[in-house]
Design a protein around this ligand. Structure first.
Ligand SMILES: Nc1ncnc2c1ncn2[C@@H]1O[C@H](COP(=O)(O)OP(=O)(O)OP(=O)(O)O)[C@@H](O)[C@H]1O
Length: 231
């Protein structure tokens, strides 16, 4: 079996606020391995530690203890600059509110991601064209981001996240603001990406996403528990 593309081992994260406030043990020893092409949903109540875990998986935060390896790199051994490069090369992010740049066109929104990922300028236009076709936004390529509908914005967010063909796609409530049809479209795009070998990890309140994933895990008070039995 192939090595996991993402491996968290005994990860804890304790927030230690200043003053008399007691520390918060947001993650209490999380083990997680995800392989290429797997679709994993992590569900949990508000305050369970989902954002904390996503921040660590996305290299936006570091564990208090334990280890996290991404695409074969032990992240504790990576320099600050190395983390930025690793994030750009290995990760795609999709957030609930899409973070689309409203005053840039759809095509520019995608091209900016390629620039950050240091893709040569000469290669960018073809990649933008290809990914906009995949998410069904070819006809909106010249439209400003702020003029898109909610579903279109989320498809643009996905286009940006997948245009570099990252080995790992992390999504935070990716269907939270969408109606059923648009949510299905988003999950269909994730399916396609997983079929291309990307590991897709979705963090959500929505138990329906557990039914979509290959594997569903429950985060409860900082513990990541066994797969949920999906009805
Ligand atoms: N910067 C911080 N300082 C102190 N405590 C924090 C901080 N960030 C999160 N927490 C606490 O850590 C715990 C886990 O928070 P986290 O945001 O990871 O949960 P969540 O599952 O994402 O919640 P939600 O679904 O409501 O966004 C909560 O008790 C929260 O109050």
């Amino acid at each position: 079996m192939t090595a996991p593309v993402l491996r968290a081992a005994a990860v804890t994260r304790t927030y230690a606020p200043a003053g008399d406030v007691p520390p918060v043990h947001a993650l209490r020893g999380v083990d997680l391995e995800v392989r290429a092409g797997e679709r994993v949903a992590i569900v949990g109540r508000s305050g369970a530690g989902k954002s904390t875990l996503l921040n660590i998986l996305g290299l936006l935060d570091e564990p208090s203890s334990g280890s996290y390896a991404l695409a074969g790199h032990e992240t504790a051994d990576v320099t600050h600059a190395g983390r930025d490069a690793l994030r750009a090369d290995v990760l795609g992010f999709v957030f609930q509110d899409s973070h689309v740049l409203g005053h840039r066109t759809v095509a520019e929104n995608v091209e900016l991601k390629l620039a950050v990922a240091r893709v040569p300028r000469a290669d960018r236009a073809a990649l933008v064209t290809d990914v906009l076709a995949r998410v069904g936004l070819t006809h909106r390529a010249g439209a400003l981001g702020r003029l898109l509908s909610g579903g279109e914005k989320q498809r643009l967010a996905i286009a940006r996240a997948i245009v570099t063909q990252p080995p790992v796609l992390l999504a935070d409530e990716p269907t939270g603001n969408l109606d059923g049809a648009n949510a299905d479209t988003v999950l269909g795009l994730f399916d396609e990406q997983a079929a291309r070998g990307t590991a897709v990890v979705v963090i959500t309140h929505d138990p329906r996403l557990a039914a979509w994933a290959d594997r569903a895990l429950v985060l409860d008070a900082g513990h990541l528990a066994s797969a949920v039995a999906v009805a």
